[in-house]
Design a protein around this ligand. Structure first.
Ligand SMILES: NC(=O)c1ccc[n+]([C@@H]2O[C@H](COP(=O)([O-])OP(=O)(O)OC[C@H]3O[C@@H](n4cnc5c(N)ncnc54)[C@H](OP(=O)(O)O)[C@@H]3O)[C@@H](O)[C@H]2O)c1
Length: 401
C-alpha cells in the first residue's frame, strides 16, 4: 500500500487522483489532503478516504469544514501555507501529489522534497517559478519528481531506458485551444465563457484559460527544459488538435518516440503514482481508426504571443520565469472577472517582464519576494488600464492594452 498526501485534492487533478485511488483501494491509502475553499467536496473526500490530516486555505474555511463533519469523522484540521506543508511532510506519505493551482503550490512541494519525499508533480508553476532550486533540492535529497502533466509524462515515458546524451529534441504537443483557427482581430472579443470551453480536456479554470492563450504551453516549455535538463531551444512545440499524441522525443539518430492515448488525465496520474509499474484503468481504448487522422502544424506566436514570452523568459532565466508566471496568474484572474481583455493577458505578462530586472535564482525567500512584486505590478498595470471597476480593460488588436 502506498500512502499519498494530495495537495489540491478538490481540483480537477486532485479529484482524478482520488478516482484512481478509488479504482485501486488495494494499492493506495490517503494520509492527508490539502485544498483551498471547496469544503463540500472536501468533506465528501474526508468521509470516503479517511485522511488523518487535512488543510484548507485559511482558518475561516477550516471552521466551515468542521461544521460539515461529525466530530467522529473529523481529521486533524490545519490551514494556510503551514497547514499545506504539514500535509506534505507530516502524514507519513510515501508520495506527495502536488496538484494545487499556481505558485501557492511551491512551498509545500519544496517542503516535501526537502523532507526526502518523492513528488508526483502536476503543479507546473512550481517548476516555472523556482526550477533550478526545486531540481537541486530533489537531487540533493535523491528523490524523484515524476511528471503528471500529460506532455511531460509522455516524454518521461519515451525517455525510459534511454541515455540522456542521445536526446536531440523534445516535442511538446498542444491542442491549440478553442481559438486555434481564429483570426487575430476576433481574439480581441473573446469572452471568459468561450475561453473556458477547451475542445479536448476538462480541467480547472486557470489552466483552461492558459491553454486558450497558449501560455500553458509557455509554462510547459519551461517545465520541460527544467525537468529534463535541456536548453530551452531543444524544446519545441507542435500544434496537434486531436490531443492523442501527448508528446515526442527525437533522438540523435533521427528516431522519434511518442506516447499516445485518449485525453484522460487518469492515465498520466496513475503512471506517476505507480511508476515504473502500470495499473489497469477503466478508460476507453484508443481507437486510431475511429480518430482517422492525426494532424500537426507549427504554433503561431503572432496570434498567441504567450508562447514566445515563455521562450524569452526561459532564455533570460533566473527570476524571469517566476515573473512571467505571477503576472499571468493575476492577468488570468482579471480576465475571468471581466476586468481584462483576452489579449490583455499576454500584454500584462510582457509588461511585467519588461519592468523586471532579473536576478540569478538563489532562494525560496527571493522567489516569494519576486512573485509578490510581479503580482503587485500586474494588479497595478491592469487597474490603471481598466475603464472602471468591474468593466473590461480596453484593448487593441496588437495584443497591447
Ligand atoms: N487539470 C488538468 O487536466 C491538468 C493537466 C496538467 C497539469 N495541470 C496542473 O495541475 C495543477 C492543478 O490544476 P487543476 O486543473 O486541477 O486546477 P483546479 O481544478 O483549479 O484545482 C486547484 C486546486 O488547488 C486548490 N487551491 C487553490 N488555491 C489554494 C490555496 N490558496 N491553498 C490551498 N489549496 C488551494 C484548489 O482548492 P479549492 O478548489 O478547494 O479552492 C484545488 O484543490 C495546475 O498547476 C495545472 O497547471 C492540470
Amino acid at each position: 500500500m502506498k500512502r499519498l498526501a494530495i495537495l489540491g485534492s478538490t481540483g480537477s487533478i486532485g479529484r482524478s487522483t482520488l478516482a484512481v485511488v478509488a479504482e485501486h483501494p488495494d494499492e493506495f491509502t490517503v494520509g492527508g489532503l490539502a485544498a483551498g475553499q471547496n469544503v463540500k467536496v472536501l468533506a465528501e473526500q474526508i468521509r470516503r478516504f479517511r485522511p488523518a490530516l487535512v488543510s484548507v486555505r485559511d482558518k475561516e474555511v477550516a471552521g466551515q469544514l468542521r461544521d460539515l463533519l461529525p466530530a467522529s469523522e473529523a481529521p486533524e484540521l490545519l490551514w494556510g501555507p503551514a497547514g499545506a506543508r504539514e500535509v506534505a511532510v507530516g502524514t507519513g506519505a510515501d508520495l506527495v501529489v502536488s496538484a494545487m493551482v499556481g505558485a501557492v503550490g511551491l512551498e509545500p512541494t519544496l517542503a516535501a522534497l526537502q523532507a526526502g519525499l518523492p513528488v508526483a508533480l502536476a503543479n507546473k508553476e512550481t517548476l516555472v517559478a523556482a526550477g533550478s532550486l526545486v531540481m537541486a533540492t530533489a537531487r540533493a535529497q535523491g528523490v524523484a519528481i515524476i511528471p503528471v502533466d500529460s506532455e511531460h509524462s509522455a516524454i518521461f515515458q519515451a525517455l525510459h531506458g534511454q541515455r540522456s546524451e542521445d536526446v536531440h529534441l523534445l516535442w511538446l504537443t498542444a491542442s491549440g485551444g478553442p481559438f486555434r483557427a481564429w483570426e487575430a482581430e476576433r481574439l480581441d472579443q473573446v469572452t471568459a465563457a468561450q475561453a473556458l470551453k477547451h475542445p479536448n480536456w476538462s480541467m480547472g479554470p486557470k489552466i483552461t484559460i492558459d491553454s486558450a492563450t497558449m501560455m500553458n504551453k509557455a509554462l510547459e516549455v519551461i517545465e520541460a527544459s527544467v525537468l529534463f535538463d535541456l536548453p530551452v531551444d531543444k524544446v519545441r512545440v507542435y500544434i496537434h488538435p486531436q490531443s492523442i499524441v501527448h508528446s515526442l522525443v527525437e533522438f540523435v539518430d533521427g528516431s522519434v518516440l511518442a506516447q499516445l492515448g485518449v485525453p484522460d488525465m487518469r492515465l498520466p496520474i496513475a503512471y506517476a503514482l505507480t511508476y515504473p509499474r502500470r495499473l489497469p484503468l477503466k478508460s476507453p481504448s484508443l481507437d486510431l481508426c475511429q480518430i482517422g487522422q492525426l494532424s500537426f502544424e507549427p504554433p503561431d506566436t503572432t496570434r498567441f504571443p504567450g508562447l514566445a514570452l515563455g521562450y524569452a523568459a526561459a532564455e533570460t532565466g533566473g527570476t524571469m520565469p517566476a515573473v512571467l508566471n505571477a503576472a499571468n496568474e493575476v492577468a488570468v484572474a482579471a480576465f475571468l472577472e471581466g476586468r481584462l481583455a483576452f489579449m490583455g493577458i499576454p500584454a500584462t505578462v510582457a509588461a511585467a517582464m519588461e519592468a523586471h530586472d532579473p536576478q540569478p535564482l538563489e532562494s525560496l525567500e527571493q522567489i516569494l519576494t519576486v512573485n509578490h512584486w510581479a503580482r503587485d505590478f500586474a494588479h497595478d498595470w491592469i487597474n490603471q488600464r481598466s475603464r472602471a471597476p468591474g468593466r473590461r480593460a480596453h484593448k487593441r488588436s496588437t495584443g497591447a492594452l
